[in-house]
Design a protein around this ligand. Structure first.
Ligand SMILES: Cc1ncc(COP(=O)(O)O)c(C=O)c1O
Length: 397
């Protein structure tokens, strides 16, 4: 029986916003697993390795104290803010005032929404990368803004074509999302690219939102867009402990930038949540203090896995660059497949391996697939064997 009003519908702002692709696909994979298929999931970028033992110990020790269970400051604990500031100084050579230029977040994904809700009114335009992280697009739409795609092409090293962008009408553009190392293409930034991005933001008075969760993964020179001279006047940067500290489920991220921007975003955010569990913040601070050995160890594992992924991709006849950073390998599908969706379905239904079709990151990704490195070498070897049997079976037909 439906007790609600007959015209009860979801809000207009949800129109065109579907359920997140992975949330749907994971349900389908669950179903297939219930049928006994034992799908190897190479879709999502959720690190399968644990955080450093000291980080876990900090959480355990701190959470056993009696006085840490209350609401916390909206601005985050001083300990975490200082750790973020020290991390930016040590690894990115960027100075941030721990008190005013840093805002801890409950994961960087929520930060994307907060930024959109803070700055966008109906009809305001936002430049979003195609292909790019789907959340930029949905957050802009939910906040009432309008997405203006800028295409990232392989032949341009997946860099924005600024000449083309300059020809567009940019008066209504308030924000531009950029993300390097880029997800899903794995493209690393150059110093020159970062300088061009900042120059573009300054020239057109656009707030550049740099999303930087992958800078430590398979990359030994992490870079921040805030390092560019004059960047703080037009850039804010999102960062995360999800990938580089293996803490995706802990939900810890950060927003960094000029005091004015941090205060503006906090005006919105402080109405949305009531701070983060203190022991999680203290453990996150511990994680940010980890040294070179930690990143080296994480990357040695990913480098080994990536070699296996290259083998799978070669077997499937895909084309890819070996110079990619981040938790995935991005590859072009062979012409016998119409697009990445067709390859993904073929491999899922005929060899029980799930690979993400590139089209979910935007139309410019349609001819590509993205393979996650968040599976053990053993699982990746099994995926290789399953793909090899699929190819053999097809040859025999
Ligand atoms: C490009 C990009 N930005 C942001 C996020 C969100 O990360 P977090 O776990 O910090 O919310 C992801 C997660 O997959 C991502 O790929």
């Amino acid at each position: 029986m439906n007790l609600l009003k007959a015209d009860m519908k979801t809000s207009k702002r949800l129109e065109g916003i579907g359920e997140y692709y992975f949330s749907q696909k994971l349900r389908e994979i669950d179903e297939l697993n219930k049928q006994g298929k034992q799908i190897i999931n190479l879709g999502i970028g959720s690190p399968d390795l644990p955080p450093h033992p000291e980080v876990i110990r900090t959480l355990q020790d701190e959470s056993s104290k009696p006085n840490v269970h209350g609401y916390q400051s909206y601005k985050g604990s001083v300990v975490l803010r200082k750790a973020i500031s020290a991390w930016y100084r040590e690894w990115y050579n960027v100075e941030l005032d721990a008190d005013s230029e840093v805002l801890p977040l409950i994961g960087s994904k929520e930060g994307i929404m907060h930024v959109c809700m803070t700055y966008l009114d109906k009809g305001d335009e936002v430049l979003v990368p195609n292909p790019g992280y789907p959340t930029y697009r949905s957050a802009v739409k939910l906040a009432g803004g309008k997405c203006i795609d800028y295409n990232l092409k392989e032949k341009n090293n997946y860099e924005p074509d600024f000449e083309k962008l300059e020809k567009k009408k940019l008066e209504k553009v308030k924000l531009m999302f950029v993300n390097y190392p880029q997800m899903p293409t794995g493209q690393l930034p150059s110093k020159d690219l970062f300088e061009r991005i900042v120059a573009f933001g300054r020239k057109h008075k656009i707030l550049i939102v740099h999303d930087n969760p992958y800078s430590f993964i398979l990359n030994d020179r992490p870079m921040s867009l805030l390092h560019v001279e004059g960047a703080k006047e037009c850039v804010i940067e999102l960062n995360s402990l999800s990938k580089s500290q293996n803490m995706a489920g802990w939900r810890v991220g950060m927003l960094c930038g000029a005091k004015e921007r941090i205060d503006e975003v906090l005006r919105f955010k402080s109405n949305m949540d009531s701070g983060m569990f203190l022991p999680v913040q203290l453990a996150a601070a511990r994680a940010l203090g980890l040294g070179k050995d930690w990143y080296q160890q994480v990357n040695n594992e990913y480098a080994e896995r990536r070699e296996k992924v290259f083998e799978v991709l070669n077997l499937l006849n895909c084309k890819f660059s070996k110079d990619q950073a981040g938790l995935f390998v991005w590859a072009r599908v062979p012409s016998k497949y119409k697009n990445g969706y067709e390859l993904s379905d073929d491999v899922l239904y005929n060899s029980n391996v799930f690979i993400t079709p590139g089209g979910i990151f935007g139309s410019a990704g349609e001819k590509y697939i993205r393979v996650s490195l968040c599976a053990t070498v053993q699982k990746l070897t099994e995926a290789f064997e399953r793909a090899a049997s699929l190819i053999l079976a097809k040859e025999e037909i």
